[in-house]
Design a protein around this ligand. Structure first.
Ligand code: M6R
Length: 622
């Protein structure tokens, strides 16, 4: 939540045709998915600090700058906001400028003790223009600077006084060639160019300019100048960052000819699954997970798995539970991360916690990871963002290789998370002797066939889009599924809620008769995900009965079923076909039409598909 960007270049910019404002605005456009309630920039010029800020999206800020231009500068910071303290107004927009216009600060996170700090500052004669916790942090910094005399040291002293989560960036007219930035429980990455340095909430903040980046640890401060960067920890000791090279380029974060990032990311899914599967077999054809650094003996001894995650990532965990329990015979629970630690969960050295997060920065999931590790559990992160906080704080990592996911509604990350969780399940089953190598390889072959099958679903997207356009006026949609189809139903409902603002509910199809069927009346649209007729335990027949039950009560049934499954036709108003696949593989296919449907409904209603109201991509507050 909130996107932050910083840039320090050289006054002599031979060979470069951009200035700080270009870099900062480009970074904000790329980070806008993190929050879009307001945007602002501050530049350091010989004549002092100059800033503009505006409620609304980055485009509103650009219009403001066009109307009231800023001077050319080589040092700048910027911010795109997801409001926490104070509404989305111009006054609450960042940067917050204090010290008579000399000091500008942008912030991501929440300062929990801001009220107390504000009272102290007011007693000292400070006054405030906004309702934000950020302005309080800026004033604390100004206050500390008066005694410290140095911006970096003042930031260090300020951090010691702040409770909560924060990334703070500060520029000051008296220190014109530097940006000082601090992080605690909030993301910040350094970008390294040639005689120029960058800061970003993530690498997309500077991907247009460099692919060389440096990870920072928690509770560290970095000072960037045109000649380099220096990191210290909050106690003042010199620290080292961890350099890495970004694997994707700016084109991966473009719409690539689609109207929205979400549509592009839906179409990225064959590659997301394929790339997540790549390079996982050793020279003997045995499944290996390179980033898994937990002793094998520990993994053999675990007696419980708990998947912790939020939103779509949690639904991927619900899908994975069926596979992991089936393959490994280890009891597996899935828990929303924000509920996990508050229920005093039974976690010990024999518990394996799997933290699933696209961003790797979700605060609820991070706090659950910390809680689990404090109880002695080992934690494996399944994450799409290199060097993010959750993988850094976990015992092992399985990276999903979905590429950058920009749309707030998660699509390709979901499929990649299921793929990575399945790899983990197969790895554990192999390690613990629950599956022979040939059985593991058979499932891997099924997984390898998925990208092509997703492409087949995408090839028929027009049918789903027509349905989406026709159903634009619908006010309520139900989604039903059983077994792995149940979390798919939940995910389909979430997509429709978050981008089309339509009331939608996902149900386990068997639960319908215990209450929810009372909702069904003439014309009620109901999506039903039908398992393979070749599957086990008469699951297929049960779901076909559920279709009949809602149809008999007037529902309009939209059935997602395998090619060749003729049993559903008599009861379906619409049939959406997906390629045949084993039941456990079906979520990787059946989810895709639901994503296309939600995107099309949102589009046909004229909504912003990528940036739905009230939401942000990366939820870094609890
Ligand atoms: O970055 P994470 O995977 O940890 O994010 C978790 C949820 O916030 C996220 O999946 C959210 O539910 C999406 N907007 C759903 O589309």
């Amino acid at each position: 939540m909130c996107g932050i960007v910083g840039y320090v270049g050289q006054a002599d910019r031979a060979g470069r045709d951009y200035v700080a404002l270009d870099v900062v605005l480009e970074g904000l456009r790329r980070l806008e998915y993190r929050g879009y309630d307001s945007a602002g920039v501050a530049l350091v010029h010989d004549s002092g600090v100059h800033w503009r800020k505006k409620a609304g999206k980055v485009a509103a800020l650009e219009a403001e700058i066009a109307a009231r231009p800023l001077p050319e500068a080589v040092v700048g910071i910027g911010h795109t906001r997801w409001a926490t303290h104070g509404g989305p107004t111009d006054a609450n927009a960042h940067p917050h400028v204090v010290a008579g216009g000399k000091l500008a600060v942008v912030h991501n996170g929440i300062i929990e003790n801001f009220a107390e700090l504000k009272a102290d500052l007011m007693a000292k004669g400070f006054s405030f223009l906004s309702e934000t916790d950020t302005e309080v942090a800026a004033s604390v910094l100004a206050d500390q600077l008066a005694s410290a005399g140095d911006l970096t040291e003042a930031m260090r002293r300020t951090c010691m006084l702040l409770d909560g989560a924060f990334t703070l960036l500060a520029v000051h007219a008296d220190f014109p060639e530097r940006i000082v930035a601090a992080r605690r429980n909030s993301p910040l990455v350094i970008g390294v160019g040639e005689d120029e340095y960058f800061l970003g909430s993530d690498v997309s903040g500077f991907i247009d300019y460099t692919k060389d980046a440096v990870e920072m640890d928690n509770d560290q401060i970095v000072t960037i100048t045109p000649s380099g960067y220096q990191i210290i920890d909050f106690s003042g000791g010199v620290a080292e960052g961890k350099p890495f090279r970004v694997e994707w380029d700016a084109a991966a974060a473009e719409k690539g000819g689609f109207d929205s990032f979400m549509e592009k990311e839906i179409h990225d899914q064959p590659a997301a699954v394929r790339d997540t599967l790549m390079g996982r077999l050793d020279e003997n054809g045995k499944l290996t997970l390179d980033e898994l650094r937990i002793d094998e003996s520990i993994l053999r001894s675990i007696d419980k798995i708990i998947v912790i995650a939020c939103g779509t990532a949690a639904y991927s965990g619900q899908v994975a539970r069926y596979a992991i329990e089936h393959w490994c015979r280890i009891p597996t629970e899935v828990e929303l991360a924000h509920e996990f630690r508050y229920r005093d969960p039974i976690v010990n050295e024999k518990t394996l916690v799997v933290a699933v997060s696209q961003s790797g920065e979700t605060m609820d999931t991070l706090m659950a990871v910390r809680h689990a590790r404090e109880q002695g559990a080992k934690v494996i992160a399944i994450c799409n963002t290199h060097g993010a906080t959750i993988p850094r704080e976990s015992d092992a990592i399985i990276y999903t290789h979905a590429g950058p996911e920009i749309a707030v509604a998660s699509t390709k990350a979901f499929l990649a998370q299921i793929t990575a969780s399945y790899l983990l399940g197969l790895y554990l089953a192999q390690l613990r002797g629950n599956m022979f190598a040939d059985e593991v390889n058979r499932v891997l072959d099924e997984l390898r066939a998925i990208p092509e099958k997703i492409a087949e679903v995408l090839a028929h997207e027009d049918q789903i889009k027509d349905l989406g356009t026709a159903m634009g006026e619908t006010t309520s949609v139900l989604f039903l599924g059983r077994h792995v189809g149940y979390p798919v139903a939940l995910e389909g409902a979430l997509k429709l809620k978050e981008i089309a603002y339509i009331h939608a509910e996902g149900f386990a199809a068997g639960e319908l008769k215990h209450g929810p069927i009372a909702l069904v009346e003439e014309g009620q649209p109901v999506f039903i995900i039908v398992p393979s007729p070749r599957g086990r335990d008469s699951l297929h027949a049960k779901v076909v009965s559920n279709i009949q039950e809602v149809r008999a009560r007037g529902a309009v049934t939209i059935v997602i079923a395998e090619e060749g499954d003729t049993a559903v036709e008599a009861y379906a108003n619409h049939v959406i076909r997906i390629p045949q696949s084993p039941t456990l593989m079906q979520p990787l296919l059946a989810t895709v039409p639901l994503q296309i449907f939600a995107a099309q409904v949102a589009k046909s209603k004229g909504y912003d598909v990528d940036q739905p109201r009230n939401l942000a991509k990366s939820v870094t507050v609890e």
